[in-house]
Each structure stands twice: as structure tokens, then as C-alpha cells.
Design a protein around this ligand. Structure first.
Ligand code: IPM
Ligand code: MN
Length: 352
């Protein structure tokens, strides 16, 4: 396993994640070999280097990548994000960003009158194209006539493989059997015309799955008003970025939201979806559950489904019986104590 603890609280939460994975390993007979990479803001400030030469090739030698957080308050926004996080997503062709939105019992949600039976869906975000592809440029920069262009790139190939993944995932998940395409067909009449056509076309191959469409603005409304309508959502890179922060809030916050950057035929990367949280760094107060859940997704992805389930049960127990809050500094436990509890319940096994 390649490990990139990264910036801020990244190393603290990854340490707890590894603790839990090792505990699962002891119980289920999985031996991990960890290779650590010191990429991130500190290294960049010292050496000017983000990913060293040959770094991407090194990553490719691993079964999966476990990432803490990228982002440093002393580095101009965009450098580390683009040169580390987005570069890995693109160069390893991790074309799916899989973000489950699942409220565990006992976890507080700001949505009044909604519970775990209502908040349980998955967002499948396209992860290599759209506004993130980097198309665009300046014209007459710095003058009063400046033009800034940011292009959304949507390829038939990229859209199709993402939508197909969503239908396959929905079938395997076997819950409501509904895929919702989230877009903006009423304004983005080129990009989402393509998305909508491909969705209808590919959808015909899945007669067992209900096909639904929602505009992205309305989706924000329904996340709050009727989250139980959703099962699997598929959307583009930018919309997926935005709605999964809202999704994270309704499942209990950044302290618990995890995601996977998936290349079904290559090397995938798992990360907590919150940032580096510089103000909490080194205080042993950050919630490690998002990183722990990212580790769980990594095991599941690698086919260790039983071990992944054991971690999920342990997380459910810790949320239900221990933590006072998911927020940093308000858990009633320290970062390391939360890691210890989840590791213990993972290794012992729990009845829920
Ligand atoms: C995320 C993050 C990243 C993104 C940033 C850090 C580049 O917000 O993983 O959602 O926009 O994809
Ligand atoms: Mn984001």
C-alpha cells in the first residue's frame, strides 16, 4: 500500500486508519506492506518539489493508495491540489470518485426528522474531465480587458464509462435500484446534452434499474428536503465536488465522510474528503473516522469484504455508543482514542 499522509491533520488521521487496518489484518489474516511518501506542503516549501521525478511510476507499483490530506496554508491555493492530488487522479486514470453518503445510527444530522433509513446513497462523480481537465487560459491578463476562460471538457468516452460504472454499481448495491443523473440540461446545453443522451442510451442496457434525472440546484434542495429519494447519483466533476460537501454535512460532517478515487483496471486512491484542517493540526482532536472509513473502502475495493464489514461495524458501534459529536474537539475522545476504540472493536468483532 502506498501511503501519502500529506498536510495538516492528514498524518494524524492516517495513523489511526493504519491502526485499524492492521487490527483488521490480525483478525482476517491480511498482511500489509506500507510504503510512505512525504509529498505535500512541507516538502514543497523545503524543496520546491511536489511529486518528485518517477513518483507516479512508484505509485503504480502498489495495490492501492491511502491519502490523508493535501493543502497547506503557506502555499498558494492550486499548486499542491493540482500538482499532487489532481495529477494522481488524472495520471492513474482514476475516473470515478465514489462518495457514499450514509448516516450511521446515533450520528447527528442537521436534517430534522431524517434518520439512517433516509440518508443512504452514493454519489459517483466523474473524476478526470469537466472543468477539472485544466482547459482554458487568459487573454490580456492584468489589463482592464482581461478575459479568463475555463473550459468544461466532456468526452463521449469519459461520460460513457462513468455512467456505465454507475449502473453497474447500482445493480451490485441492490437497494432502491435507481440511478439519478445530476446535471444542468436547461443551461449547459452542450455538456449535459451529451451526458443526458449517453445516460438514456446506456440506461437501456439496464432495464432493471430506474432512470431518473435532476438539475444540480434542485438536487441541493432535495438533499435537504428528501434525501431518501436517492440511491445512486452520477454527475460531472464540478457538480460532484460541490454536492458531496453538502452530502458530507447531512451524513454527520467532514469528520466521517470518505471517498475513493477509482480506476477499476488500475491503482485506486482512498481519502477522507475533508481537507487538511490546519487549525487542528497536532492537537489530537481531529476526527479520524473519515480516514478510517476510507481505509475500509480500500479493503472493500481490494476484495477484503469481510474485513471491511468488520471495520464498518466497529465504526457504527463507536458512533452509536461512544462519540458525543463528529466535530473536531467535541468527540469526547481524542483522535488516538477513537482510533484505539475502532481498532479494538474491529479485532474483537461486535454485535450491533
Ligand atoms: C475534493 C477536494 C478537491 C477537489 C480539491 C482539494 C482539489 O475539494 O476532493 O473534493 O476539488 O476535487
Ligand atoms: Mn471537494
Amino acid at each position: 500500500m502506498a501511503v501519502i499522509p500529506g498536510d495538516g491533520t492528514g498524518p494524524e488521521v492516517i495513523r489511526e486508519g493504519i491502526k485499524v487496518l492492521e487490527a483488521a489484518g490480525r483478525r482476517f489474516n491480511i498482511k500489509f506492506n506500507w510504503t510512505f511518501f512525504d509529498w505535500g506542503g512541507e516538502r514543497y516549501l523545503k524543496t520546491g518539489e511536489t511529486i518528485p521525478e518517477g513518483g507516479i511510476e512508484e505509485l503504480k507499483k502498489h495495490d492501492a493508495i491511502y491519502l490523508g490530506a493535501i493543502g497547506h496554508p503557506e502555499v498558494k491555493p492550486g499548486i499542491l491540489e493540482k500538482e499532487i492530488l489532481l495529477r494522481i487522479r488524472f495520471e492513474l486514470d482514476q475516473y470515478i470518485n465514489l462518495r457514499p453518503v450514509k448516516l450511521y445510527p446515533g450520528v447527528w444530522t442537521p436534517i430534522k426528522d431524517k434518520g439512517p433509513e433516509d440518508i443512504d446513497f452514493v454519489v459517483i462523480r466523474e473524476n478526470t474531465e469537466g472543468l477539472y481537465a485544466g482547459g482554458g487560459g487568459f487573454l490580456r491578463k492584468g489589463t482592464p480587458y482581461e478575459v479568463a476562460i475555463q473550459e468544461s471538457i466532456n468526452t463521449r468516452y469519459g461520460v460513457e464509462r462513468c455512467i456505465r460504472f454507475a449502473f453497474e454499481y447500482c445493480r451490485k448495491r441492490n437497494k432502491k435500484k435507481k440511478v439519478t443523473l445530476v446535471g444542468k440540461t436547461n443551461v449547459l446545453t452542450y455538456a449535459f446534452d451529451l451526458w443526458y443522451r449517453v445516460f438514456q442510451e446506456v440506461g437501456q442496457e439496464y432495464p432493471d434499474i430506474e432512470k431518473d434525472y435532476a438539475h444540480v440546484d434542485a438536487t441541493c434542495m432535495w438533499f435537504v428536503k428528501n434525501p431518501e429519494w436517492f440511491d445512486v447519483i452520477v454527475t460531472d466533476n464540478m457538480f460532484g465536488d460541490i454536492i458531496t460537501d453538502l452530502g458530507a454535512m447531512i451524513q454527520g460532517g467532514m469528520g466521517i465522510a470518505a471517498g475513493g478515487n477509482i480506476n477499476p483496471n488500475g491503482v485506486s486512491m482512498f481519502e477522507p474528503i475533508g481537507g487538511s484542517a490546519p487549525k487542528y493540526t497536532g492537537k489530537n482532536v481531529i476526527n479520524p473516522l473519515a480516514a478510517i472509513c476510507a481505509g475500509m473502502m480500500m479493503l472493500e475495493h481490494l476484495g477484503e469484504e469481510e474485513a471491511a464489514k468488520a471495520i464498518e461495524n466497529a465504526v457504527i458501534k463507536v458512533c452509536r455508543d461512544h462519540l458525543k459529536s463528529m466535530a473536531a474537539g467535541q468527540m469526547g475522545y481524542s483522535t488516538t482514542e477513537v482510533g484505539d476504540l475502532v481498532a479494538k472493536y474491529t479485532e474483537e468483532g461486535v454485535e450491533l
